[in-house]
Write a protein of this length. Structure first.
Length: 173
C-alpha cells in the first residue's frame, strides 16, 4: 500500500529540496496566526466587546464632544484588536508562492547542471530536477491558496464586526 505516512512525508520533503522546508515553516506560521485569530474571535472578542459596551453604557454623559472622542477611542481599540496579525497573515500568504518560485529556480538549476554533465539526451536524469522544481511550486501555491481563503473569511468577519461595533455604542442617554 502506501507504507508509513511519516516515511511518505519524509520522501516528499526530500524530493522537494531544502526550499520545501522553508515553505513548510511559513505555512505553519501562517496557520498558527490564522488559528490565533479564530481563537480571538470565538473566545476573547465577545467578552472584550461586552466590556467596552459596558464601559460606554456606564457613562452618565454621552453627547458632548469629549464623549464622542471617548467613543471613537473605544471603537478604534476594538478595531485594532480585530485587525491584529492580519497584515502578517497577508505577508505569509505572499511569501508562499515566492518560496515556491525559489524552489522552481533551484530545481531548474539542478536540471541544467545535469544537462551540462550528462548531456541533454537523458530525460531520466533530468526528471528528478524537474520534479524537484515542481514540488515547491505546488506546495507554495497550495499554502498561498489556503491562506488567501482563510484571510478573506477572517477579513469578512472583521468588516462585519466593525459595522456592529458602532451600532452597539449608542449616543442617547
Amino acid at each position: 500500500m502506501l507504507g508509513n505516512p511519516y516515511e511518505q512525508i519524509y520522501l516528499f520533503m526530500e524530493r522537494g529540496g531544502g526550499v520545501l522546508y522553508a515553505i513548510l515553516l511559513v505555512v505553519f506560521i501562517l496557520w498558527v496566526l490564522i488559528v490565533e485569530r479564530l481563537v480571538y474571535f470565538f473566545l476573547v472578542h465577545r467578552k472584550r466587546l461586552s466590556d467596552i459596551v459596558g464601559e460606554w453604557e456606564a457613562r452618565k454623559e454621552r453627547t458632548s464632544w469629549y464623549a464622542h472622542n471617548i467613543r471613537q477611542d473605544l471603537v478604534v481599540q476594538v478595531e485594532m484588536a480585530l485587525e491584529a496579525n492580519m497584515g502578517l497573515i497577508k505577508v505569509m500568504v505572499a511569501i508562499c508562492p515566492l518560496l515556491g518560485l525559489t524552489g522552481t529556480v533551484t530545481g531548474m538549476i539542478e536540471v541544467f547542471d545535469v544537462m551540462a554533465y550528462m548531456g541533454s539526451g537523458s530525460p531520466r536524469a533530468m526528471a528528478s530536477g524537474i520534479f524537484k522544481a515542481m514540488l515547491p511550486t505546488m506546495a507554495g501555491m497550495v499554502g498561498a491558496i489556503t491562506g488567501v481563503f482563510a484571510h478573506s473569511l477572517l477579513q469578512r468577519r472583521i468588516e462585519s464586526e466593525k459595522i456592529h461595533i458602532e451600532d452597539k455604542l449608542t449616543f442617547d442617554h
